[in-house]
Design a protein around this ligand. Structure first.
Ligand SMILES: Nc1ncnc2c1ncn2[C@@H]1O[C@H](COP(=O)(O)OP(=O)(O)OP(=O)(O)O)[C@@H](O)[C@H]1O
Ligand SMILES: [Mg+2]
Length: 429
């Protein structure tokens, strides 16, 4: 899934919280301007102090300067604290509310799915649970971080970049150049890592499922003395998983070093360029600190880029399976529209074959009548398929071949919920 596809899917879930999002965006804008204050104040301070030193001004004017700076910085910190409080609170609120909505949506949806969905091997309870939990937590973490980290950092970076351009076009260009290079490297890193992550997801699902299986079949394991075999099986999975983890880390550290190298080179360029302009008397001494702080504001979010990519990739990979469950249209329980006022209860099975989702054929060419107002007993060996027939009559599954008729009408044509309500009430079987 691509990031735009993901956003499209998440958008409907964020609609109810439009106000919350609007407040967060507003706070972000204020925060981004406040973040540049330090750079300007530092430049002003350095320039004024050097001027005072040159003019041999009395200390009292220096104190006046410090008073003004302290007042501005204090004011800025108060605004900043307020902004951060609001951002964190709204971000968390959004995460909690959306997690609730995602969970409710998936529960409501899977309740409408046919029995085969629940009994298929890929949806064994442990796997389904892990997949849904991981999907919801990575999605909501992404939404939260978008508002309390990604968005503030990037709007901060854009404003800092504009300030750099306003200060000097060459400096602006150094800042601007850093961005595509960093994006490219982070993208490369993300692509390399996504394969590992996908494997990790499978390992995790299998692992949690394995423990559930182990607990459920402990009686069999102990009876047949298969403890050692089971332990070896777990060990193999564990080893593959650690191997995968180590490779992931190695790859991450490799790219991290490259990126930190690029950033440092950028910083060196900024310092050299500014020092040149200062020596050339095109800029004041305060410009050095000013530019370093601005560059830092540009590179800080970029430094976070790989983490953001990581989170996005997590969300993309985990939400892929979450949405594939949520949007599994093919899994919806089939229903017809037939709702007769009375069901007499004449049932006919015509050459019915049935295979369970795992491929096991439980019924082969079964034909029979069940007449209304009679007691009919279904007798057979264990595993003969008695419960399977009841499952088919209840429309829990559909026959693989053949037909089941109720009062002469194909069971598939009946409204499923109505049919089950009638079966439960009258219990024909
Ligand atoms: N969900 C399932 N997936 C795969 N195979 C299944 C499933 N449920 C049952 N089976 C298999 O289908 C066959 C018929 O099972 P069924 O439960 O219908 O037998 P039964 O006649 O009701 O047996 P019992 O008298 O023990 O209740 C058995 O071999 C069983 O192992
Ligand atoms: Mg049975």
């Amino acid at each position: 899934m691509t990031i735009t596809a993901l956003l499209k899917k998440v958008l409907p879930f964020s609609k109810p919280y439009k106000n919350l999002i609007f407040y967060t965006l507003f706070l972000t804008l204020i925060g981004s301007f406040a973040a540049q204050v330090n750079a300007y104040i530092l430049k002003y301070t350095v320039d004024t102090i050097s001027e005072l030193l040159v003019q041999k001004q009395p200390l009292s004017r220096g104190f006046y300067l410090l008073g003004i700076i302290a007042a501005i910085l204090l004011g800025k910190e108060i605004v900043y604290a307020g902004v951060q409080f609001g951002q964190k609170l709204y971000g968390e609120k959004l995460r909690i509310m959306m997690a609730r909505d995602f969970s409710q949506a998936i529960i409501e949806r899977i309740l409408t799915y046919r029995m085969a969905f629940f009994t298929s091997a890929e949806n064994e309870s442990g796997k389904l649970q892990t997949r849904i939990d991981a999907g919801i937590s990575s999605l909501t973490r992404l939404v939260q971080n978008f508002f309390i980290e990604i968005l503030p950092l990037f709007s901060n970076a854009i404003i800092a970049l504009v300030c750099m351009f306003l200060a000097n076009i060459y400096l602006g260009l150094v800042g601007l150049l850093l961005i595509p290079v960093y994006f490219y490297v982070s993208q490369l890193q993300a692509t390399r890592l996504s394969g590992f992550r996908r494997n990790m997801r499978n390992y995790r699902e299998n692992k949690s499922n394995q423990i559930i299986n182990l607990v459920e079949s402990i009686l069999v394991i102990k009876s047949f003395g298969r403890e050692a075999v089971e332990a070896a099986r777990h060990k193999a999975i564990q080893f593959d998983m650690t191997e995968n983890q180590l490779e992931t880390r190695k790859m991450s550290y490799f790219f991290d070093s490259i990126k930190s190298f690029i950033e440092r080179i950028g910083m060196v360029l900024v310092i050299i360029l500014t020092a040149y302009f200062v020596l050339n008397e095109q800029m004041s001494l305060g410009a050095i600190m000013f530019h370093i702080l601005l560059f830092n504001n540009v590179s800080a979010p970029i430094r976070q880029l790989h983490r953001i990519y990581d989170e996005m990739n997590d969300a993309l990979i985990y939400s892929e399976s979450f949405f594939s469950i949520l949007e599994a249209e093919g899994q919806r329980e089939p229903t017809g529209v037939h709702r007769p006022a009375v069901i007499r209860g004449r049932i006919e099975l015509k050459n019915v074959d049935f295979s369970y989702p795992n491929g096991f054929q439980a019924l082969r060419n079964v034909s029979m009548f069940i007449h209304p107002n009679e007691n009919t007993a279904l007798v057979g060996l264990s595993g003969a398929g008695k419960s399977t027939i009841i499952n088919l009559l209840d429309k829990f599954y559909t026959p693989t071949r053949g037909q089941i008729l109720l009062d002469g009408i194909d069971l598939a044509d009946f409204d499923t919920a109505y049919l089950r309500a009638c079966l439960a009430k009258k219990s024909y079987f």
